[in-house]
Design a protein around this ligand. Structure first.
Ligand code: BGC
Length: 427
């Protein structure tokens, strides 16, 4: 069976962001940013305060870092050596869900079970040492309302997490109670930060001129250093929760997917761009082309990478056949590759529009300053077409001034950033 050509062209069109739309989205993002600074209720961006600015680069000492933001939880013991240097002394990691064995992220699980599991991992990282006093920095990568660096309340789960009893709670209190239950009273959680904030702290620890931090992975979000130029307030990093940006035109696949998601109506941008969702969107579109509308094939963003990188049409066909049971003709396999590319390119363009919205807001009167945008995450790092399309969209939006901006990979920033936050909590 060959794809219907008109249907294929229409679907590709639906996943295209034109130059004009790109400008409009960046301008709308900037508008929401400006509104959000006045009153977050008027903006689709949550603009959450982090109660931390940038590090000096001279932070020193040994800290624990808990990185909790996806299905893999990590605990690290890190020594900060100053001058932007550090050493990871110990690293332990475990998934929060192993299919058919245990699941701490589904509806059936409780906060206690989840945090007891995390406390056990902390115990592994300190090798059962219950005497040395450690400060712990906690990268908690979900929208949280903070009143200071310690106190962060989960507003709402994202990334399809559904564990009961965490929303509305102070996550460090849950962690502390779990540590106490296991006799680990020498570990003191002192700071909670979002993973975007961690990425920005980690990058700024190593090099100056970095004001924006972003995650482009399972989930998506960006933070920046708000200078509060016209007020007496000290500069502070704001977690935008940009995945919740709403001024976008979702296509029918975005809409249909959102309706079946854990949190319909939430995280519009994130559901159009991040790794957790791109495979699902691709699967929905492919189901239409295969005349099986509504069928779920379970494609992931890794399948999408493999499709783009496949040597030839037969390679694409093999990946598709493994999930759908359909053998594709050569022409259709090439069309599948084109569709996958469209979805990735759309994602990169939307993410870039949000970066440029921030850049415009930071330097509204002048040319954009020279700066690095720190990004971490598997989509940015590994997804073919992502990085090059970010650069392309930056040029499209900023023209020659794009030469002042580059994006840098801040690999592992979630752990390092948590240790830096713990160090900064002593100030
Ligand atoms: C969360 C953000 C987080 C992002 C990347 C989103 O789902 O809401 O807080 O920064 O994922 O992990």
């Amino acid at each position: 069976m060959a794809f219907d050509k008109k249907l294929f062209a229409d679907i590709c069109q639906e996943f295209t962001v034109t130059g004009e739309q790109l400008h409009e989205i960046a301008a709308n993002f900037r508008y929401d940013l400006r509104k959000g600074l006045e009153d977050s209720a008027q903006s689709s961006l949550r603009m959450l305060k982090s109660y931390v600015g940038l590090p000096t680069g001279d932070e020193k000492g040994e800290y624990l870092a808990l990185d909790f933001g996806g299905t893999n939880v990590r605990v690290l013991r890190i020594r900060l050596e100053g001058a932007g240097k550090f050493e990871v002394l110990k690293k332990v990691a475990k998934p929060l869900r192993v299919e058919g064995i245990y699941d701490f992220v589904g509806e059936g699980s409780t906060a206690e079970q989840m945090f007891d599991f995390i406390a056990e991992l902390v115990d592994e990282a300190i090798e059962g040492d219950h005497t040395t006093h450690y400060l712990l920095g906690h990268t908690f990568s979900f929208p949280s309302e903070q009143t200071n660096l310690y106190n962060a309340k989960l507003i709402i789960w994202t990334k399809e997490f559904a564990t009961a009893g965490v929303e509305g709670e102070v996550v460090n209190d849950l962690l502390k109670a779990a540590l106490h239950r296991q006799g680990i009273d020498n570990v003191e959680p002192t700071a909670v930060i979002n993973d975007t904030v961690a990425v920005l702290l980690a990058a700024a620890y190593k090099q100056p001129d970095t004001y924006i931090g972003s995650i482009y992975a399972t989930g998506h979000n960006t933070c920046y250093l708000e200078p509060y130029a016209d007020s007496a307030d000290a500069p502070m990093i704001l977690n935008l929760e940009s995945g919740g940006f709403m001024k976008l035109a979702p296509n029918r696949f975005d809409v249909a997917f959102d309706e079946q998601s854990e949190k319909p109506g939430e995280q519009r941008l994130e559901k159009m761009v991040s790794g957790r969702y791109m495979g699902e969107l691709f699967g929905m579109a492919l189901a239409e082309l295969l005349g099986e509308q509504g069928k779920k094939y379970g494609f992931t963003s890794i399948d999408m990478s493999n499709i783009v990188l496949a040597e030839d049409a037969a390679g694409v066909s093999k990946i598709v056949a493994a999930k759908t049971g359909h053998e594709l003709a050569t022409e259709d396999a090439e069309s599948v590759r084109e569709l996958v590319s469209k979805i990735i390119v759309r994602s990169a363009r939307l993410v870039t529009a949000s970066f440029v919205g921030i850049i415009w807001q930071l330097d509204s009167e002048t040319k954009p300053r020279k700066q690095h945008i720190a990004v971490d995450g598997s989509v940015y790092e590994k997804m073919p077409l992502a990085k090059e399309n970010i650069m392309r969209a930056l040029s499209e939006l900023l023209g020659e001034e794009a030469a002042n901006i580059d994006t840098v990979l801040e690999n592992g920033g979630s752990g390092l950033g948590a240790a830096i936050a713990a160090a900064m909590s002593q100030r």
